[in-house]
Design a protein around this ligand. Structure first.
Ligand code: C2E
Ligand code: CA
Ligand code: CA
Length: 959
C-alpha cells in the first residue's frame, strides 16, 4: 500500500515537473522584444488596470496574435528612447511620427501604428471657446522640439490666418501657464488640459534600428493582418482612450454662443413629455413631470439658464394625431418609445445622456433548457425603442430570433401562448408587467442590454441647435446624469439585484426570491393606486392639482364669453417670515386650512388650485358691481383659514391680483401670469391690495417688450452712450476717479435712463452685451487720451455678466486690444450680487482681483448688508449707497456711515459716498474721513468731452 502511495506521489511529481519544464521550454522559445514608448503618452498606462492598459499595449496585444514574441514595455522620454534604440538596448520604439531625418537613421513600419489627432490645448482653468482663433492669435504655443506636428500646425495657422509664437521645450512635459497653448496629441495623457482646436490628423509608426529590418517586416505583416481582421482597429482603440479623456470634451464655439444669443432668451423651450414612461418620464405625486429625462433636461436648463414649458401627453392613450400636434410645437421630445415615425421627419437625435437597463422575462422551462442566458435559443420579443441599437441584443443572445413589437399587450399575449420564449423589457416595464398582467410562471433576469436615453431635437432651428444640446450634455457630464439615473431607478434596484442573483443561484434560492418579488410588487401595486389619485390632486391641500386645474380651465374657456371670468391670484405678503417663524409642518397646516376655507366658500362655483406655497388661483365670474365685495370676501375667507393656526393678533396682509379675461385667445398660463404680475406689482406699493391687471401694467409689459425688440439694433447702431461722473477726493478736492454710466439715446428721441432698461436687460441676459460695450468704450477713451493723466475709471458690471463663463477673459481681450492693463479699470459690483449667487460671484471677484483689476462694492448698505462682507471680500473700494444720505433719520445715517468708514479704514479699503447733493453732506463726509464723494453737488454725469476737459484743466472743486 505504502509503495503504491509513494509511486503515485512520484508519478504526480514527474508529471508536475514535466509540465513545469515544458512550459519553461515553451516560454523560452518566445523571444523577448523590448519596446520603448514615450512615457507621458497614453500608450501604456497602468499595466495592472484590467481593460485599459493603454493604446500601445492594446495594439501590441492585437498583433501578438500573429507573432511569436513576448513584448516588454519600457517608458522613456523621446530622447532617451532614441538613444536606447541607437545603442541597441531596445528593439522598437513607438509611436513616432515621420520625419526625413529620422527615416535616414531608423527604419519605419509601412503600416500605421496609430492615427492621432493633433490638438491645440490649454489649461482647463482658462476660459476660452472652441476654435477661438482671435484669442489664440499672438499667443504662445508650447511644443516638444521633436514634434512631427509642426508642418501640419503651420498649415493650420495659415489657413486660419493667425500667428502664434512657438516655445520649444526639451522636456516631454511642459507646464503651460494660464493662457498659453500647448500642441499635443489625442493619445496624450495629461490631466488639466482641454482642447481648443483640432489641427488635423497624423499617423505615427513603430521604428527600429536599421539592423532590425526583419522585425519591422514582421510587425508590418502582423499589423496588416490585424487590420484585415478589423479594419477599424486603430480607430476604435484610439477612441477607447480618447473618447473618455478630457481632451475629447467638446466646448462651445463662438458660433454656438452667437446662436444662443440670437435665440430669444425670453422664450420657453417647449418640451414634449410622455407621461407614461416610467422611469424616463412620468407624472409625480405632486402632479408634475418627473423622471430621468425630465430631471436631466431640468439639469441642463438650470445649468445653462433656459426655461422649460412642458407639453404632456400619453403615448398609450393619446391618438397619434394628437401626439403629432404636440410634436409640431415642441422644441424637444423626451419620449423614447414607439413613435419614431412621428418624430423622424422633424427631429434629430442627440447624444445619449443616460440609459436604462433591460431585463429578460422568461419561463422556468426556458431557463432549464438554456442554462446560460446567452445561449437562449428560440424566439425573443422586444418593444420597438426609438433609438435602440439592436446589435446589443444580437450580441448577447446570439442564437435567438428577435421579434419587435409596437404594442406591449400583443407581445405579452404571444409570450403567454408560448410563441415567444422570452421577452426583453425595461426594468420599469418589468415591474408594470408583473403588477398588471398575469404571466405564466416567470422569472426575471438582468442583462447588459441598455437603452440609451436621448433628446429629440427639433430640426427647424438648424444643425447648431442640436450641437448646442450635445455640447450641453457633454459638458454637464456623465456623472451628473448618472446620479439622476440612480436616484430614479432606486425604486427598482431591489428587484434588479435579486434578478442578478437569479442568474447565479439554485432553484431553491430563486423560489425564495420570487416570493420576495411578489411581496414587493404587491406593495407597489397598492402604492400605485394611490399615485393615480394623487397625480390629479394637490397633496397638501386636496384641491385639484395644477394640471387638472389647467384642463378644467381650458374646458371652461371653450364655453365662455369675453369678460365673463376673472383670474384671481392671492397670497400672503411676507409668507417667508411665517415659514421661518413657524416651520414647515405648521405652514402645511396653514395652507391646508386656507384651502379648506376657500373650497368651502368658493369651491362650488369656482375653479380653485394652488400655484405654489401660499399662492392660490381662482377663476371667478365677473360681475362688475360685485367685484369689490368679492375680493373682500376672498380676503376674509383666506384670512379665516390662515388664522386658524396663527395667533389671533397676528397681522396678516394679503395681496390679490386679477386678470379680466377680455381676450380668450391669451394662453392660460399667460392669463395666470398677468394676474400674478398685478398681484406682485401691487405688493410693491401698499399692503393689502387688490390690483386688476390694467392698461398701465400692460403698457409696462409692452414697454418691456418694446425695449427687448429694439435692444439689439440699438447696440449695433451705437445708440448707447457712455457718460462719466467724477468722484472727488475730499482732501484735495480734485477728481480722483470716475464712474462710467450708460444712456440710451434713440435717434430723434429723448434719452432713456438706465433704470428703465437695465432691469429688463438683466432679465433677458442682454446686459452682458451692454456691459462689454461700455467696458470697451471706456477702454477706447482711456487709450485715445493716453497722453493725459487719466483717472481710474469704474465700469458697472452686472452680476449676470459676471457669472458668464468668459467674463474676465473677455475683458482682458478688450484691454489688450487697447493696450491697457486691468489696473487701468475699476469694476463696480453691486453688493446685492453677493447675496444671491454668493459662491460664483465671490469666485469671479477673486479672479478679477487676481488679474489686477481694482474692484468696488457698489450700493453698499442698500440691501441686507453686513460689515463682515468687508472683511471677507478684500475689496479695493466700497461705495456707500446714496440712501444713507437721503435718510430721514440723519443721525442714524451718520452713525452708520461713520462706522462703515472706520471699519473700512482699518481694512485699508477706500470709501466713496454716492449721491452727495448738498454742501452739508460734503462737509460731513469730509469730517468723517470719507475718501471720495460722488454726486450732483460736485458734478453730474457728463459727456466724454466735458470729462476730458476736466482732466485737462485739472479742475479744482470747493465745498
Ligand atoms: P449706480 O451704479 O448706483 O450709479 C449711480 C447712479 O446715481 C447713477 O444713475 C447716477 O446718475 C446717479 N447719481 C449720481 N449722483 C447723484 C446724486 O447726487 N443724486 C442722485 N439722486 N443720483 C445721483 P444712473 O446713471 O441713472 O444709473 C442708475 C443705475 O443703472 C446705476 O446705479 C447702475 O446700477 C446702473 N447702470 C448704469 N450704467 C450701467 C452700465 O453700464 N452697466 C450696468 N450693468 N449697470 C449700469
Ligand atoms: Ca455704480
Ligand atoms: Ca451705486
Amino acid at each position: 500500500m505504502k509503495k503504491l502511495i509513494i509511486l503515485c506521489i512520484i508519478i504526480i511529481l514527474i508529471i508536475a515537473v514535466g509540465s513545469l519544464l515544458s512550459t519553461q521550454v515553451y516560454s523560452s522559445e518566445k523571444e523577448t522584444i523590448k519596446v520603448g514608448y514615450i512615457e507621458y503618452y497614453n500608450i501604456i498606462k497602468d499595466i495592472d488596470s484590467v481593460d485599459k492598459k493603454g493604446y500601445g499595449y492594446d495594439v501590441f496585444n492585437e498583433i501578438d496574435n500573429y507573432m511569436n514574441y513576448t513584448f516588454e514595455f519600457i517608458p522613456y522620454t523621446y530622447e532617451e528612447g532614441i538613444e536606447k534604440l541607437r545603442s541597441g538596448e531596445i528593439d522598437l520604439f513607438a509611436p513616432v511620427t515621420y520625419t526625413e531625418e529620422r527615416a535616414n537613421e531608423f527604419i519605419y513600419t509601412t503600416e500605421e501604428f496609430a492615427v492621432e489627432k493633433i490638438l491645440v490645448t490649454v489649461d482647463d482653468g482658462f476660459s476660452t471657446l472652441y476654435d477661438d482663433e482671435e484669442l489664440m492669435n499672438g499667443k504662445k504655443v508650447f511644443t516638444v522640439s521633436y514634434s512631427g506636428y509642426i508642418d501640419l500646425f503651420e498649415d493650420y495657422l495659415e489657413r486660419k490666418n493667425i500667428k502664434m509664437e512657438y516655445i520649444y521645450s526639451d522636456k516631454d512635459e511642459v507646464e503651460p501657464i494660464l493662457g498659453d497653448y500647448y500642441l499635443t496629441s489625442s493619445l496624450n495623457y495629461i490631466d488639466n488640459l482641454k482642447t481648443t482646436a483640432v489641427v488635423g490628423e497624423i499617423n505615427s509608426y513603430v521604428i527600429a534600428g536599421k539592423e532590425n529590418t526583419e522585425l519591422i517586416k514582421e510587425i508590418d505583416n502582423a499589423l496588416q493582418r490585424a487590420k484585415e481582421e478589423n479594419p477599424m482597429l486603430l480607430y476604435s482603440l484610439h477612441d477607447k482612450y480618447y473618447q473618455d479623456s478630457k481632451l475629447a470634451q467638446k466646448d462651445f464655439t463662438k458660433e454656438h454662443i452667437a446662436y444662443a444669443l440670437e435665440y430669444d432668451g425670453n422664450d420657453f423651450i417647449e418640451v414634449a413629455v410622455n407621461i407614461d414612461q416610467k422611469p424616463i418620464s412620468y407624472i409625480n405625486e405632486e402632479g408634475y413631470p418627473d423622471g430621468i429625462a425630465v430631471k436631466s433636461i431640468e439639469l441642463l436648463a438650470e445649468t445653462y439658464g433656459f426655461k422649460i414649458q412642458y407639453l404632456m401627453y400619453n403615448v398609450n392613450t393619446n391618438s397619434s394625431e394628437e401626439i403629432a400636434e404636440i410634436y409640431n410645437i415642441s422644441d424637444i421630445i423626451l419620449s423614447q418609445t414607439r413613435d419614431l415615425d412621428l418624430k423622424q421627419e422633424k427631429f434629430s437625435v442627440s447624444d445619449s445622456y443616460a440609459s436604462i437597463g433591460m431585463m429578460t422575462i422568461m419561463t422556468d422551462a426556458t431557463m432549464e433548457r438554456n442554462q446560460l442566458t446567452n445561449e437562449l435559443v428560440g424566439k425573443i420579443g422586444m418593444l420597438n425603442y426609438d433609438t435602440f441599437d439592436i446589435e446589443q441584443v444580437e450580441e448577447y443572445y446570439n442564437k435567438f430570433e428577435l421579434e419587435i413589437f409596437e404594442n406591449m399587450d400583443e407581445m405579452i399575449k404571444k409570450y403567454n401562448k408560448d410563441e415567444l420564449q422570452a421577452i426583453i423589457v425595461s426594468e420599469a416595464e418589468a415591474n408594470q408587467i408583473l403588477e398588471e398582467t398575469s404571466l405564466r410562471n416567470t422569472q426575471l433576469y438582468s442583462t447588459p442590454i441598455e437603452i440609451p436615453i436621448r433628446l429629440f431635437v427639433n430640426k427647424n432651428f438648424g444643425e447648431t441647435y442640436l450641437e448646442v444640446y450635445n455640447i450641453m450634455i457633454d459638458r454637464v457630464g456623465q456623472a451628473a446624469f448618472r446620479e439622476i439615473e440612480i436616484e430614479e431607478v432606486e425604486g427598482f434596484t431591489v428587484s434588479m439585484s435579486i434578478s442578478r442573483l437569479i442568474r447565479e443561484y439554485t432553484p431553491e434560492v430563486i423560489l425564495v426570491i420570487i416570493t420576495l418579488i411578489l411581496i414587493i410588487y404587491y406593495y407597489r401595486n397598492k402604492r400605485k393606486k394611490k399615485l393615480i389619485k394623487q397625480a390629479s390632486i394637490d397633496k397638501v391641500t386636496g384641491l385639484d392639482s395644477l394640471l387638472i386645474f389647467y384642463q378644467k380651465f381650458d374646458q371652461l374657456l371653450k364655453k365662455s364669453k369675453e369678460n365673463e371670468y376673472i383670474v384671481m391670484t392671492i397670497d400672503i405678503d411676507v409668507f417667508k417670515i411665517i415659514k421661518e417663524t413657524y416651520g414647515n409642518e405648521k405652514v402645511s397646516n396653514i395652507i391646508k386650512n386656507i384651502a379648506e376655507e376657500l373650497n368651502k366658500q368658493f369651491g362650488k362655483d369656482n375653479l380653485i388650485s394652488r400655484i405654489e406655497n401660499d399662492v392660490f388661483v381662482l377663476i371667478m365670474k365677473n360681475e362688475q358691481t360685485e367685484l369689490e365685495k368679492k375680493v373682500k370676501k376672498l380676503v376674509d375667507v383666506y384670512i379665516l383659514g390662515a388664522k386658524k393656526e396663527l395667533p389671533k393678533t397676528y397681522n396678516l396682509s394679503l395681496s390679490v391680483g386679477g386678470y379680466l379675461i377680455s381676450d380668450l385667445t391669451v394662453p392660460i398660463t399667460k392669463m395666470i401670469d398677468y394676474s400674478s404680475i398685478s398681484r406682485v406689482e401691487g405688493k410693491k406699493l401698499y399692503k393689502n391690495t387688490f390690483y386688476l391687471f390694467d392698461e398701465a401694467m400692460k403698457r409696462k409689459y409692452e414697454t418691456e417688450n418694446e425695449i427687448v425688440s429694439k435692444m439689439k439694433k440699438a447696440l449695433e447702431e451705437k445708440e448707447f452712450l457712455v457718460v462719466y461722473q467724477p468722484k472727488i477726493n475730499l482732501k484735495i478736492l480734485k477728481m480722483q476717479s470716475a464712474e462710467a454710466l450708460v444712456r440710451w439715446k434713440e435717434k430723434n428721441e429723448k434719452m432713456i435712463y438706465p433704470d428703465q432698461f437695465i432691469p429688463v436687460f438683466e432679465k433677458n441676459g442682454f446686459i452682458t452685451n451692454l456691459d462689454y460695450y461700455v467696458f470697451e468704450e471706456v477702454c477706447r477713451v482711456l487709450n485715445e487720451n493716453r497722453n493725459l493723466k487719466m483717472p481710474l475709471v469704474a465700469v458697472n458690471i452686472s452680476a449676470i455678466t459676471l457669472i458668464e463663463d468668459i467674463t474676465p477673459l473677455k475683458m482682458i481681450e478688450i484691454l489688450s486690444k487697447y493696450n491697457l492693463k486691468p489696473s487701468n479699470i475699476q469694476i463696480e459690483i453691486t453688493e446685492s450680487a453677493f447675496v444671491k449667487e454668493t459662491d460664483i460671484i465671490k469666485q469671479k471677484f477673486e479672479k478679477l482681483k487676481q488679474l489686477g483689476f481694482s474692484v468696488a462694492i457698489d450700493d453698499f448698505g442698500a440691501g441686507i448688508s453686513s460689515l463682515n462682507r468687508l472683511n471677507d471680500l478684500k475689496a479695493d473700494v466700497i461705495k456707500i449707497d446714496k440712501g444713507f444720505l437721503d435718510n430721514q433719520d440723519l443721525e442714524r445715517g451718520n452713525i452708520i456711515i461713520e462706522s462703515i468708514i472706520k471699519m473700512a479704514n482699518k481694512l485699508n479699503i477706500k470709501v466713496v459716498t454716492e449721491g452727495v447733493e448738498t454742501k452739508e453732506q460734503a462737509e460731513l463726509l469730509q469730517k468723517l474721513n470719507c475718501n471720495e464723494a460722488q454726486g450732483y453737488y460736485f458734478e453730474k454725469p457728463i459727456s466724454e468731452e466735458q470729462f476730458i476737459k476736466i482732466i485737462e484743466e485739472d479742475k479744482q472743486y470747493k465745498i
